[in-house]
Structures are given as C-alpha cells and as structure tokens.
Design a protein around this ligand. Structure first.
Ligand code: 9UX
Length: 72
C-alpha cells in the first residue's frame, strides 16, 4: 500500500534546501517518492503506511530546521 502526504515547508530559501530535504526524506524507511517545491514551499511524499507515517515525515523535516505542517 502507498499513500501520499502533502506537507507545507516554511524556511527553504534556496535550491540546496530543496535538495537536502529531498535527499533526507528519500533515505527514510518506507518512503518511495519525494517531490519538493521551493516556489510552493511544499513537499509531497509517497510512503508505505506500514513503515512510516505523515507525522514521522513531518518531524524529519522539522528536525532539519524547517517549519513543517501537514496540509490535510
Ligand atoms: Mo541555501 Mo537552505 O544557502 O537552509 S541551503 S538557504
């Protein structure tokens, strides 16, 4: 099973931020697809809900120093 969560990410100011968030999330267990937009300050993360959760994804981003909130 795969779900996609949308996260608002505040504080990314250059494309290196986008790359680090993308790379970090891609390493997370259960995450299969990551798309981060600097312009929209938003991430979309596809994951296996048996292995991770929207809140875990949100916390990974927050722990990198960005504000992150689930849009749903
Ligand atoms: Mo760019 Mo992002 O110099 O934290 S990597 S602002």
């Amino acid at each position: 099973e795969r779900l996609t969560v949308e996260v608002w990410i505040t504080g990314m100011t250059c494309h290196s931020c986008v790359d680090s968030v993308t790379n970090r999330l891609s390493q997370e267990t259960g995450v299969s697809q990551v798309s981060v937009s600097l312009e929209e300050q938003r991430g979309r993360v596809t994951f296996d809900p048996g292995l991770t959760s929207p809140e875990k994804v949100r916390r990974v981003i927050q722990d990198m120093g960005y504000e992150a909130s689930l849009t749903g």
